[in-house]
Ligand binder design. Structure first.
Ligand SMILES: [Zn+2]
Length: 381
């Protein structure tokens, strides 16, 4: 069984939106309450409250805070389960997750999740039926393939009050019997001031509208300084800023989807470097926006599932492979090239002249195919 999520825009009426926001707030309240109960129990008596223990406290809470009775009770349970996952991730040393924190209205996502029980959530032609909300107008932008089973939904309100619902489906995965051809492969080198450079020398920059939106955003933010906090105009301006944010996020996602689709359709094997993005963010903080908003992580995520769906491969080279300092013609390692300012260089051993980024992309492809070859040989022996 495999999972996939579709995201639909929904158009709740005023009373529905009110209830959605109330549910979001109630889930946040229950999450925070469970978090403090868990921490307190541990501090006072060393007891570890399980997710089950915390969910069992819900009826008591509902008696004490009667407004919790108005919202979808499954959503409240789900928010406690999310807390359980947050703790599990925190205690899993491999994940480097942070300790669960209290949610706030200002900083946390405005969302809640609920699961399908007895057909209580249904997708119609132009609506979705959600617990407590009933029929909500929706744009079903993608048809649900036959045999897919709806498992859960997450309702998410953006800061400009547009609302989306993510529907998670379960489906029988059919193994794809496709044999990827190493000849039909490409290496991609992450580029901080674009998206990537590929091993055939094609550079994929990020579209200009990112920068344009940045200017628009800066202007809108300056406009906020002239308005009095709490006033109607102030609120209008924050809404405007939120709208620009969402618009750029949508544009970027759209661009990354198209770019990853193009590659997944054209190549059988895609080779990339396994990067430590948090370290890059730190190192390149001087470069400002460029490196942070080019969305490499999201791009790789899209690429990975699109390739997998087609029976194709994404291969990551090791984190310490010196892709930019190795001559792609003769294999000599030239440590001087470590300096990021060197864009072109000549190999002292074989005389080949290299463009820094193309050379790196070629090496990434070579190294990935070597790794693949090693795996195949191991399989045979
Ligand atoms: Zn060389």
């Amino acid at each position: 069984m495999d999972n996939k999520a579709f995201r639909y825009r929904i158009y709740p009426d005023i009373s529905q939106l009110e209830l959605i926001l109330k549910t979001v707030g109630s889930c946040r309240f229950v999450y925070n309450e469970a978090l403090s109960a868990k921490e307190a129990a541990y501090k006072d008596s060393g007891t570890v409250l399980s997710t089950y223990d915390l969910i069992r406290r819900l009826p008591g809470l509902k008696k004490q805070f009667t407004w919790l009775q108005e919202v979808d009770s499954v959503a409240l349970q789900q928010s406690i389960r999310h807390l359980g996952t947050a703790y599990a991730n925190f205690f899993n040393t491999k994940l480097h997750a942070k300790r669960p924190k209290y949610k706030t209205k200002r900083k946390s996502r405005w969302s809640y999740s609920t699961i399908v029980i007895n057909n209580n959530i249904r997708i119609g032609r132009n609506y979705i039926v959600l617990p407590k909300l009933g029929k909500v107008k929706a744009v079903i932008s993608r048809d649900v393939p036959e045999g897919w089973k709806l498992k859960s939904t997450t309702v998410c309100v953006e800061r400009d009050y547009t609302v989306y619902v993510s529907c998670l489906f379960e489906y029988e995965s059919t193994p794809v019997s496709y044999v990827p051809d190493p000849e039909c492969s490409i290496g991609l080198d992450y580029k901080s001031d674009g998206l990537y450079m590929d091993s055939s020398g094609r550079c994929c920059g990020s579209p200009k509208y990112f920068r344009k939106a940045q200017g628009k955003l800066a202007r809108a933010q300056r406009g906020l300084h002239h308005k009095k906090p709490g006033s109607v105009n102030y609120r209008k301006q924050t809404k405007k800023i939120a709208r620009i944010h969402r618009h750029t996020a949508d544009q970027r996602k759209d661009f990354l989807h198209k770019e990853s689709l193009r590659i997944a359709n054209s190549y059988d094997i895609v080779c990339i470097e396994d990067l430590d993005m948090t370290a890059i963010g730190r190192k390149e903080s001087g470069l400002g926006k460029a490196s942070m908003d080019n969305g490499w992580g999201m791009f790789v995520g899209f690429l990975e599932y699109k390739l997998r769906d087609r029976g194709k491969l994404l291969i990551r080279t090791g984190r310490y492979y010196a892709s930019s300092q190795t001559c792609s013609c003769c294999g000599r390692i030239e440590p001087k090239v470590k300096d990021l300012k060197i864009r072109r260089w000549q190999c002292p051993a074989c005389g080949a002249v290299h463009d820094r980024d193309i050379n790196a992309a070629v090496n990434i492809r070579k190294e990935a195919l070597r790794i693949l070859n090693d795996i195949e040989i191991q399989k045979v022996s």
